[in-house]
Design a protein around this ligand. Structure first.
Ligand SMILES: [Zn+2]
Ligand SMILES: [Zn+2]
Length: 225
């Protein structure tokens, strides 16, 4: 098998401990060099957004601002830094539509989502236009577990978040509504998963709807931020 990113031959032999472990052996899909190009956030983490937090503060400036503005805040986890390697991967996966590249992070994001032990896992939805052009929801593609599609997008000619600057992102109005099949979420812990956390605007919009539907707690998880 070849590395999905650089096409070099992968030389991989499962270790004895992997053979002895119960369950399927997951083969790596990228080489060590490519793997080393991606960077996990290092502790201490901001408990709000999950990114690295400097200076012994309780929350980063962004998360403190959200809490002040809304009177509540998310507990969000970010797996990777949104650096050049991640941007490049995201571009190839999302915008070039290379669906196979979901395999680079699918296992890790799924494990992180399941580890949070939520009652339901809600992927951030994409618009019908994105679905028609891209052919897949990039978040759903990264999750190999049972999902609850409780949110749908409100159809209006909207500008893609990725083309907006910070101020435009923060000013975005609610892009989602609850799916017609959503019943009460009373007492439920709900996890919202997205691909990239930038200002938090998207996931806070999602969380506001789920809280209004009765969710006891809304958690967030993004691949990168
Ligand atoms: Zn490689
Ligand atoms: Zn934060």
């Amino acid at each position: 098998m070849k590395c999905l990113l650089c096409n070099h031959q992968l030389h991989w032999q499962p270790r004895l401990s992997q053979w002895l472990r119960w369950g399927p052996i997951s083969e790596p899909v990228i080489c060590k060099t490519c793997q080393q190009g991606f960077h996990h956030y290092q502790p201490p983490f901001c408990p709000g957004c999950g990114r690295h937090l400097e200076g012994g503060k309780e929350y980063c400036a962004d998360c403190a601002a959200w809490r002040k503005r809304l009177g509540w805040g998310l507990t969000h986890r970010c797996l990777y830094c949104y650096d050049d390697a991640m941007k490049e991967w995201m571009h190839r996966y999302k915008f070039d539509g290379d669906y196979l590249l979901r395999r680079v992070f699918c296992g890790e994001l799924t494990a992180a989502a399941l580890q949070l032990g939520a009652d339901c896992i809600v992927p951030v939805p994409v618009t019908a236009t994105t679905m028609a052009t891209r052919g897949f929801n990039q978040v759903t593609g990264l999750l190999n577990c049972r999902l609850s599609p409780l949110l749908v997008t409100i159809s209006r000619g909207k500008q893609a978040q990725s083309t907006k600057n910070r101020q435009e992102r923060l000013a975005t109005s609610q892009p989602f509504q609850l799916a017609s099949t959503t019943s009460s979420l009373a007492a439920k812990r709900v996890l919202v998963v997205d691909d990239v956390y930038t200002t938090g605007r998207t996931i806070y919009h999602a969380a506001a709807l789920l809280r209004a539907a009765g969710a006891r707690e809304v958690l967030g998880l993004s691949l990168a931020g």
